[in-house]
Design a protein around this ligand. Structure first.
Ligand code: HEC
Ligand code: HEC
Length: 322
């Protein structure tokens, strides 16, 4: 997506997007050094990853460029491992550069690390495997696969000059205040209609223009699956507060961000690939947190009750950490 495709889309749809959004999207997708409007506001971040023009020549540079391309168009550049229409950069904005949207440079220096999700020390490549399985609703590339090596090379390069061994400012998402009132489906629905549906669609399916995803899906068959980080509404609230509506960071109140995150995560999406044969068993083992709505009854429906995963994990995944 670029400014002209957004402009085209908004013309087609008869919508008027504020100019700042067009400018921001240009900045984001050109993967520039200083995005016009940034989720970094208030995070005390002083680190800037190197600019595109600093990518070295030769094999290392080729790997870095491949990693960047995978981030920006994952279904095209990592096709065998992707089961939806998302790209990594839909959630890791500005091709993984933007502080406050889980930037890759801050992630890179934080691994190997223990993860409660699988009760193991995970290397960076193992962490990336999880992104493919859950956020991309696909399958994990084998360790050492060029797709993982390219993403690792790109992340390593983005982190040039960043100190290791301490948490980088700007990692993950900025803290969001706890909501004054418990997150609520109906209030979230109202926020969604007013602030999100324009781009992501009333049905959450996103929008395509000329065969390309311009606004990514939030739920439904082409979205992240139930095992993804974004399916926990605390993560989603923090992401949304700092990054959505697109180009309008921090324009929702924390309460609105929690409500709309709850609403988004109370919609159907692809089954958790760790499926244990029933919603109840899968909830007990993998979703026993207040922030997962999997297996909960909301609006009279049991969420996640769609049967076994449509895309069974491939055999090479039998040995990887869940
Ligand atoms: C639907 C949104 C979404 C998509 C798509 C997505 N991610 Fe993520 N990613 C997240 C969330 C949310 C987290 C943090 C939450 C968690 O740890 O579970 C995360 C965490 C990460 C981390 C660890 C960050 C850290 O600081 O520890 C890395 C690295 C990462 N993602 C890379 C990728 C790559 C590479 C892709 C594409 C193959 C990808 N992600 C696709 C949402 C997404
Ligand atoms: C102006 C259009 C626009 C509006 C309004 C908007 N978004 Fe987005 N949203 C985007 C775009 C574009 C991306 C992908 C960003 C990228 O690729 O750089 C995105 C990405 C996302 C993602 C991560 C990717 C995914 O599909 O899972 C979530 C979650 C999200 N938006 C939620 C929301 C919510 C909730 C609202 C309302 C509060 C909202 N958005 C409002 C354009 C918009």
């Amino acid at each position: 997506m670029n400014a002209s495709s957004i402009a085209q889309l908004s013309v087609n749809a008869g919508l008027l997007l504020p100019l700042c959004m067009l400018l921001t999207s240009t900045a984001l997708h050109a993967a520039t050094e200083t995005p016009a409007l940034s989720a970094a506001t208030g995070t005390g971040v002083s680190f800037h990853p190197p600019g595109e023009h600093m990518i070295p020549e030769g094999k290392f540079g080729d790997m870095i460029r491949m990693g960047r391309d995978i981030m920006l168009d994952t279904p095209k550049h990592a096709a065998p491992f992707v089961g939806n229409t998302l790209s990594c950069a839909n959630c890791h904005l500005d091709a993984g550069r933007m502080a406050g949207s889980s930037p890759l440079w801050a992630a890179y220096v934080s691994y190997p690390a223990y993860r409660a999700k699988n009760d193991k020390i995970n290397t960076y490549q193992q962490r990336l495997q999880g992104c493919f399985r859950f956020s991309m609703n696909g399958s994990a590339p084998p360790l050492g696969d060029p797709v993982l090596v390219a993403l690792e090379a790109y992340s390593f390069w983005l982190a040039t000059g960043l100190p290791v061994g301490k948490e980088a400012a700007g990692r993950g998402y900025p803290d969001i205040d706890k909501p004054a009132q418990s997150p609520d489906f109906k209030r979230g629905q109202t926020v969604y209609a007013a602030r999100c549906a324009l781009c992501h669609g009333a049905d959450g399916a996103g929008q395509k223009a000329a065969g390309r995803v311009v606004f990514p899906p939030l739920w439904g068959e082409n979205a992240f699956n139930w095992g993804a980080g974004m399916a926990s509404f605390n993560n989603a609230a923090a992401f949304i507060y700092a990054n959505m509506p697109y180009g309008m960071s921090y324009s929702l109140t924390p309460q609105e961000a929690w409500d709309v995150a709850y609403f988004m995560d109370a919609q159907e999406r692809p089954q958790d690939p760790r499926w244990l044969g029933s919603v109840a068993a899968t909830r007990t083992k993998f979703h026993d947190t207040p922030y997962s709505l999997y297996g909960q009854t909301i609006q009279g429906r049991i969420l996640g009750n769609s049967g076994a995963p449509k895309r069974p994990p491939n055999e090479s995944e039998a040995h990887i950490a869940p």
